[in-house]
Write a protein that binds this ligand. Structure first.
Ligand code: KIV
Length: 300
């Protein structure tokens, strides 16, 4: 049986995601922030690529996801969509780009599609976000929801910590996820949610759940590029599995380069360009003449 219900050579059709859920086939999503990461994610076979506002932290060095702007995420999305052709590319709507009104949310969502080639956008939260989802989907842009730990409102949630850990909070989360599906989301990210709660939400929804710190029962998983590849030194969050240690490898490589340059081991013959002997002779003759006629050169 082929992996996908409807095979096309180009972009993975969006309705395929719900079909994969129905068939019990798991989805992989990874964040990407530039052309090479978009291309590697595509070649590795992920179904979804997220240009997350986590870029504000892991790429731009901000302390939270709040400061990243529309222009920054548009630029990153443009680079990713040049590399990721097959997966569905989802742009994160940054803080401030959808909170003010439905109209502003639609305008900004349309910019991601029209100016950067995104296939869909992601919005954090429920409550007031529901009417934004309806308005954006109504304008023809697919929307991914995001509940649980929503980093843009980490201050209001009391920090970066797991959500839905009391019966009351789990009920709220369950209702929010259902409301986002009813509003038109094609998939919903569940972040830092107890596995048992995420499992019940996943069962209740027709659209796929994509978990990050939400257990194995979710229909798919997402990891941040830098976490997955170990591009950060230091302790990763509990829900991260590191598949490589590229920070250590990259540092070792740059140290070796610095060493080679200092010791004169780089560049070698094979890294340089040659000039034909007769051209070099002609150049040397010209130089000798030039030096004779240039008094300041003679002084040196
Ligand atoms: O911005 C991001 O990377 C995200 C994922 C963690 C889901 O929202």
């Amino acid at each position: 049986m082929s992996k996908y219900a409807s095979w096309t050579h180009g972009k993975l059709p969006l309705p395929e995601l719900a079909e994969l859920k129905r068939r019990g086939q798991k989805l992989s999503m990874v964040t990407a922030y530039d052309f090479p990461s978009g291309r590697i994610a595509d070649e590795a076979g992920v179904e979804l690529v997220l240009v997350g506002d986590s870029a504000g932290m892991v790429v731009l060095g901000n302390e939270s996801t709040v400061p990243i702007t529309m222009d920054e995420l548009l630029m990153l999305t443009r680079a990713v969509t040049r590399g990721a052709k097959r997966p569905i590319v989802v742009s994160d709507m940054p803080f401030g780009s959808f909170q003010v009104s439905d109209d502003i949310a639609v305008e900004n969502a349309v910019r991601f599609v029209k100016e950067a080639g995104a296939d869909a956008v992601k919005l954090e939260g429920a409550g007031p976000t529901l009417s934004r989802v309806q308005a954006i989907v109504g304008a023809g842009v697919p929307v991914m929801g995001h509940v649980g730990l929503t980093p843009q409102s980490a201050t209001m949630l009391g920090g970066f910590k797991a959500q839905g850990r009391t019966a009351e909070k789990a009920e709220r989360l369950y209702e929010d996820a259902l409301a986002l599906e009813a509003a038109g989301c094609f998939a919903i990210v569940l972040e830092a949610v107890p596995a048992a709660v995420a499992a019940r939400v996943t069962e209740a929804l027709h659209v796929p759940t994509i978990g990050i710190g939400a257990g194995a029962a979710c229909d798919g998983q997402v990891l941040v590029w830098h976490d997955l590849l170990g591009l950060y030194e230091g302790k990763a969050p509990r829900f991260v599995k590191r598949y490589a240690d590229l920070a250590t490898e990259a540092k070792g490589a740059v140290e070796a380069y610095v060493d080679d340059v200092r010791e004169g081991r780089f560049p070698e013959e094979q890294h340089t360009y040659a000039i034909p002997d007769e051209e070099l002779d002609a150049f040397e003759s010209w130089l000798a003449l030039h030096e004779q006629t240039q008094p300041e050169h003679q002084e040196r």
